[in-house]
Write a protein that binds this ligand. Structure first.
Ligand code: NAP
Length: 281
C-alpha cells in the first residue's frame, strides 16, 4: 500500500474510505484517532468527516452501502436516527437505542455501540479499576450515562446509583439495568467505589467552579471519572482530587471507543498509546 503520509501518491485507487456522520462534526477528534490507528497498523483507510443534517440521515447511511465505505462512526444528533436504516443492530446498541458505529459487511450494514465497552476497557487498562462487583454512582442520565450504566451492568457491578437533575430520566436509565440500578442522591456518594460525571457540567463555557452535584461524600478510596475531556481537568475532578480521590477524565473512553471501531472494521487491535498521543491535550 502507499504511505498515507506521502501526500503525493495518497490516496490511491485502492484506498478505502471510512468516516464520521454527525452535525456539526467539524471539531471531532475522531479523524486524528482513526488516522493514527490506520497509519500505525499500515492499513490503507482514509477517515473523513461527513457533516450530515438530520434530513439526510437515511441517504447518508445508504451511501455507506452504495459507495462501499468501510463503515462510519455516528455522532450527535444521529445515533438513534440511523437505526431504522440498518440491517442489524447489536444488543448493546439496541438496548441503548443508540448506534455510534456502522460496519459494512458486503451489502449488510451492522450497527454497534462501542462507548460502554470503551469506558470499561479504559477503567481496566488505564485506571486499573475492576468494575465487576463495584458500587458506582453515575451522575447524569443522557446518552453517555446510559452507555456507562449498560456497560457496568454487563460487567456485573454490584450497585449502580443514578443521580440526575430530571427524576423521570433517571428512572428511565434505571430501567436499563433494574436488577442493579436505582435512583439516588448526592448522599449516596460516600458508599461508592467509583463516581462518574456524565453531565456536561464543567465543559468549556460552564460557570467557573460549577459542580454537577455536591461532592461532600467523596474520599480517598474512590476513583472519580469525568467523561468530559475538554478541559482536561474540570472543577469537579480538581475538587475530588483535593479530597484525596484518584481522578481521570474522559479521554480514555474516547480513545478506547474509537479503538473498538477500528477493530470492528479491520479485525486488528490498534496501538492505544499511538492513538492517545494523537489527541494529547
Ligand atoms: P445528554 O444526552 O444531553 O445528557 C446530559 C445529561 O446531563 C442529562 O442527564 C442532563 O440532565 C444532565 N445535565 C445537563 N445539564 C445539567 C446541569 N446544568 N446540571 C445537572 N445536570 C445536567 O449528553 P451526553 O451525550 O450524555 O453527554 C454528557 C457528557 O459526556 C458531555 O460532557 C459529553 O462531552 C461527555 N461525553 C464524553 C464521551 C467520551 O468519550 N469521553 C462520550 C460521550 C459523551 P436532564 O436529564 O435533567 O436534562
Amino acid at each position: 500500500m502507499s504511505e498515507p503520509s506521502d501526500r503525493g501518491t495518497w490516496p490511491t485507487g485502492r484506498t478505502r474510505v471510512a468516516g464520521l456522520i454527525g452535525y456539526p462534526a467539524r471539531y471531532s477528534l475522531s479523524p486524528a484517532l482513526h488516522g493514527a490507528a490506520y497509519r500505525a497498523l499500515g492499513v490503507d483507510i482514509a477517515y473523513v468527516v461527513f457533516p450530515v443534517t438530520p434530513q439526510h440521515v437515511g441517504s447518508s447511511v445508504e451511501a455507506v452501502r452504495a459507495l462501499e465505505l468501510v463503515g462510519v462512526s455516528v455522532t450527535l444528533p444521529h445515533k438513534e436516527a440511523v437505526i431504522p436504516f440498518l440491517d442489524q443492530v447489536s444488543p448493546e446498541a439496541s438496548r441503548l437505542r443508540a448506534v455510534n458505529c456502522i460496519s459494512r459487511e458486503g451489502k449488510r450494514l451492522l450497527g454497534y455501540n462501542t462507548d460502554g465497552s470503551g469506558f470499561v476497557r479504559s477503567l481496566r487498562e488505564e485506571s486499573q479499576f475492576e468494575p465487576t462487583g463495584c458500587r458506582a454512582i453515575v451522575i447524569g442520565a443522557g446518552g453517555a450515562a446510559r452507555s456507562v450504566i449498560g456497560a457496568l451492568a454487563d460487567e456485573e457491578a454490584d450497585e449502580i446509583v443514578i443521580v440526575n437533575r430530571s427524576l423521570e430520566r433517571a428512572q428511565q436509565a434505571v430501567n436499563l439495568a433494574p436488577h442493579v440500578a436505582r435512583v439516588g442522591s448526592a448522599s449516596d456518594i460516600e458508599h461508592a467505589d467509583i463516581v462518574i460525571n456524565a453531565t456536561p457540567v464543567g465543559m468549556e463555557g460552564s460557570r467557573a467552579g460549577e459542580l454537577p452535584i455536591s461532592i461532600d461524600g467523596v474520599h480517598e478510596k474512590q476513583l472519580v471519572v469525568d467523561l468530559i475531556y475538554h478541559p482536561s481537568e474540570t472543577a469537579f475532578l480538581q475538587q475530588c482530587s483535593q479530597r484525596g480521590a484518584r481522578t481521570t477524565n474522559g479521554l480514555g473512553m474516547l480513545v478506547y471507543q474509537a479503538a473498538a471501531q477500528v477493530e470492528l472494521w479491520t479485525g486488528m487491535r490498534p496501538p492505544i498509546d499511538v492513538m492517545r498521543a494523537a489527541v494529547a491535550l
